[in-house]
Design a protein around this ligand. Structure first.
Ligand SMILES: *Cc1c(COP(=O)(O)O)cnc(C)c1O
Ligand SMILES: [Zn+2]
Length: 404
């Protein structure tokens, strides 16, 4: 029995096959992202979904569908199996009493980027990478630096100076090689590309430029259906930057369907963006299969501030294949929603997650989501990573002072 049934890599655009046994970045033919493929017949023969229930509560419980070959190479900080919480009061207030949140605020490093990092770092180390580099809006860099430390792998992290400050401190704490750029994530990407081109053997771990981060993120999709008793929800709303999580969830559900572990139509996937940076929404509305660069991108939901996602066509394909949609919400809306969710449910979500809640409200109002549908919102990170989102107006009392 194999720990992993990874068989090969396949270009997401032109389908050309690549060897999964060596380090790979983009497709050698067309420069598009590569996707991991598995011997699903072998997976089907080697494990039943019921058996998974007894495994440790981290994402490696799905190891047959993950790319790491040697169990000893699977680095973990306990990521995965985050709660799928009912939100009856908040859900009821927006006309969706059955609303659920998949709360990724509870993973190591405080964002779901831990999933991509756990799998991406483990596989990179297994393939002999000693040093990697990546551009980031903060959370991915924090996660990759921390998991890199765990795996004994050096990480060069390049992020905008405006990225949430805590993520910078996470990288520093992990001993990461941090560089700040007075610009956006695309500018960070160019710095990483130069470093990689300089030829001193640093591996390019940029979003979708290596094939395994998406494998880590896809485990959110597997967990959602496992937690629902191997049933699919009707709708999943996802705050979309690079779109890796959405691509991953779509990929995972396709694999589970092919395995025969789930059946029926897929959940309608919703890509949620901020009005200040909505390239996927614009392309979706125009019926295009690719985004155009979003100029002057800006939003409080920093993790989804990606003006030109590399995997845009995969996101747009996933929306089309699931009869999904794309929605942009304003910063004002998402910050107000963040307060409502915390006030009604005690869940302090990140601004990106709050955007997805605002989109759920809007789609319910429009009738796109029905009142009795099973809807899952992804909260991709912990609200406590963004201390500036909530204004505090509290009196400061002298010691012994009375509360008036
Ligand atoms: C990175 C990030 C996102 C967007 O993730 P993608 O999979 O790249 O679209 C959403 N929320 C948070 C908190 C993030 O850090
Ligand atoms: Zn290709």
């Amino acid at each position: 029995m194999s720990y992993s049934w990874l068989s090969h890599l396949e270009c997401g655009r032109c389908g050309v096959r690549h060897d999964a046994g060596v380090r790979q970045n983009l497709c050698v033919e067309c420069g598009s992202p590569l996707l991991a493929r598995y011997d699903l017949a072998a997976v089907r023969a080697s494990v039943r979904p019921e058996e998974i229930a007894g495994r440790a509560p981290d994402l490696w419980r799905y190891h047959e569908l993950l790319p790491v070959a040697d169990p000893a190479a699977a680095v973990s900080l306990g990521e995965g199996m985050t709660p799928l919480l009912p939100l009856p009061r908040y859900g009821g207030s927006i006309g969706l009493p059955g609303l659920l949140v998949k709360d990724e605020g509870l993973v190591p490093s405080g964002s779901f980027k831990a999933r991509g990092a756990a799998v991406g770092v483990s596989r990179a180390a297994e393939l002999g990478v000693g040093r990697l580099a990546m551009p980031t809006n903060g959370n991915a860099g924090a996660a990759w630096a921390l998991y890199g430390a765990r795996a004994g792998l050096a990480a060069v992290i390049v992020m905008p100076v405006d990225a949430p400050e805590i993520t910078r401190r996470e990288v520093a704490a992990a001993g990461g090689d941090l560089r700040l750029v007075d610009g956006l994530i695309g500018d960070a990407g160019r710095i990483v590309a130069d470093l990689v081109a300089s030829g001193d053997g640093v591996f390019d771990a940029s979003t979708l430029k290596e094939p395994y981060r998406v494998e880590g993120k896809k485990t959110m999709g597997i967990e959602i259906v496992e937690q629902l008793g191997w049933e699919q929800p009707d709708v999943i709303l996802y705050p979309t930057g690079g779109g890796v999580g959405l691509i991953g969830i779509h990929k995972a559900l396709g694999e589970l369907r092919e395995l025969g572990w789930i059946s029926g139509p897929p959940p309608r996937l919703v890509a949620v963006q901020a009005e200040g940076c909505a390239p996927v929404v614009r392309a979706f509305e125009r019926g295009e299969r690719e985004t155009r660069h979003w100029d002057g991108a800006s939003t409080a939901a920093f993790g989804i501030n990606v003006p030109k996602p590399l995997g845009d066509f995969l996101v747009l394909d996933a929306l089309a294949e699931t009869s999904g949609t794309a929605v942009a919400v304003s910063d004002g809306e998402l910050l107000a929603e963040l307060r409502r969710v915390a006030e009604l449910e005690g869940v302090f979500v990140c601004p990106e997650g709050a955007a997805a809640f605002a989109a759920a409200r809007r789609l319910r109002e429009r009738g796109w989501i029905g009142a009795d549908e099973r809807v899952v919102v992804l909260n991709t990170g912990a609200g406590i990573k963004y201390p500036g989102t909530v204004e505090v107006d509290a009196p400061v009392l002298a010691p012994g002072g009375r509360v008036g």
